[in-house]
Design a protein. Structure first.
Length: 392
């Protein structure tokens, strides 16, 4: 029999009647991620999703890596399926975990029998396998409390499965379960992390990037597309809505008080993102704002920027230190790209003394001079949609 991959479902096993939908979504997401690794069968039974290769040319290493990035799975392990027969299980253990058995000094066997028709109970099976392994590997001693290696044998309906330790999965909820949201993606460190965190909570994301050509370069835009690509193993394929933002910034510079430039610009970003949300059936916005990090991220500024839309705004990194954000950025492989030194549209026009506590009244007063609606419409009409596939 072949090696297979098991996904142990996490939080979603708690979801009662909704559980079926969660499992379906997780399986659909897993199948899409497996696309480039070969032909696989994906099924779920007893809170475990089984990923089985249908042919010998499947890339199991790549599939295993891909499955570790599927939100909704708490643990992932590669295991060997075998006949539900104790001798077959013993040889599967020796074959599949041979190198680990040789390397360990202490071990234990843990069995689980969900197929109650199997003649030995879990304890009897563990005693049999433990005894046989003890004889076959004289250097090993049994240790029930802190073994170097735990050999797991699970007797399930379809077959018996042998594996070593389960690796942590991506956790969270399957992408798509929580609906769709628009995420504002800059080229910085914070917004890719914020996007990843909300995808982890089951959101399917539409990315929006504000591009200020010629003040920002094509390389700066490419960097953002690269960041989106880095997210796709978790988020699935993405569309980046690239919004031409130069006209709005020039208009603001021409006709608004310099110290309000940042907050007014961010109000435009939110309006445009809300319009993209409307057009894509999204129900929320996501940003990488962190309280107090820069002038536009005070609570007064957030109130002004949030006031242009009634959509909920998710700011998952709002209470995090830069160090904590960087840790996640490194973990998801975005950091090295995020720190490439290309300018962002925010940095190009940053005022010397931005207002730390802007009020809504002064924002509204400054905007009276502007054709807000017209500027937003023109920007939305100029959007370029870039499709980022999840292919390796
Ligand atoms: P980041 O590291 O995500 O760039 P930051 O610390 O540089 O964040 P700001 O530049 O104030 O903070 O931006 C705050 C948030 O606004 C970003 O996290 C992002 O969600 C959004 N944002 C900023 N600039 C852009 C842009 N050019 N395109 C899309 N979203 C943007
Ligand atoms: Mg930024």
């Amino acid at each position: 029999m072949n090696d297979i991959i098991l996904l142990k479902l996490g939080e979603l096993v708690l979801k009662g009647l909704n559980r079926h939908n969660f499992e379906e979504q997780l399986m659909a997401n897993a199948k899409r991620r497996l696309h480039t690794c070969g032909d696989f069968k994906v099924t779920t039974k007893q809170s475990i999703t089984y990923v089985e290769p249908k042919s010998g040319d499947c890339d199991m290493d790549a599939a295993f890596e891909a499955m570790k990035k599927v939100f909704g799975a708490a643990g992932v392990c590669r295991c060997r399926a075998c006949e539900k027969d104790k001798e077959a299980m013993l040889s599967a253990v020796k074959e599949f975990l041979g190198p680990q058995l040789m390397a360990a000094k202490t071990f234990k066997v843990e069995c689980k029998r969900s197929d109650k028709t199997f003649p030995l109970n879990s304890i009897q099976l563990a005693q049999y396998l433990g005894g046989e392994l003890d004889d076959a590997y004289p250097h090993l001693t049994a240790d029930m409390h802190h073994p170097d290696l735990t050999v797991y044998v699970e007797v399930r309906d379809a077959a018996a499965f042998v594996h070593g330790d389960t690796e942590p999965g991506a956790g969270g909820l399957p992408v798509g379960m929580g609906g769709r949201a628009v995420s504002l993606l800059s080229g910085g460190i914070d917004s890719p992390v914020a996007s990843w965190m909300m995808a982890k909570r089951g959101l399917c994301l539409e990315m929006v990037h504000f591009f200020s050509y010629p003040y920002t370069s094509p390389e700066a835009k490419q960097k953002v597309l690269d960041l989106a690509k880095i997210l796709t193993p978790w988020t699935g394929r993405l569309v980046v809505h690239v919004v031409p933002f130069t006209a709005i910034q020039e208009e603001l510079r021409r006709s608004c008080p310099e110290e309000l430039f940042t907050v007014l610009m961010r109000r435009f970003m939110m309006r445009i993102a809300a319009e993209v949300a409307k057009r894509t059936g999204s129900g929320a916005l996501v940003t990488g704002e962190s309280l107090g990090q820069v002038a536009s991220q005070t609570m007064e500024a957030m109130r002004c920027t949030g006031a242009v839309t009634d959509l909920p705004i998710f700011r998952p990194v709002v209470g995090m230190d830069k160090e904590e954000i960087v840790r996640i950025s490194r973990k998801i492989g975005a950091f090295e790209t995020s720190i490439l030194p290309y300018e962002d549209c925010c940095t190009v026009f940053t005022p010397k003394h931005p207002r730390l506590k802007p009020t809504l009244a002064e924002c509204l007063r400054s905007e009276e001079k502007l054709d807000v609606e017209g500027l937003v419409q023109a920007a939305v009409e100029g959007i370029e949609r870039v499709h980022i596939s999840a292919e390796r």
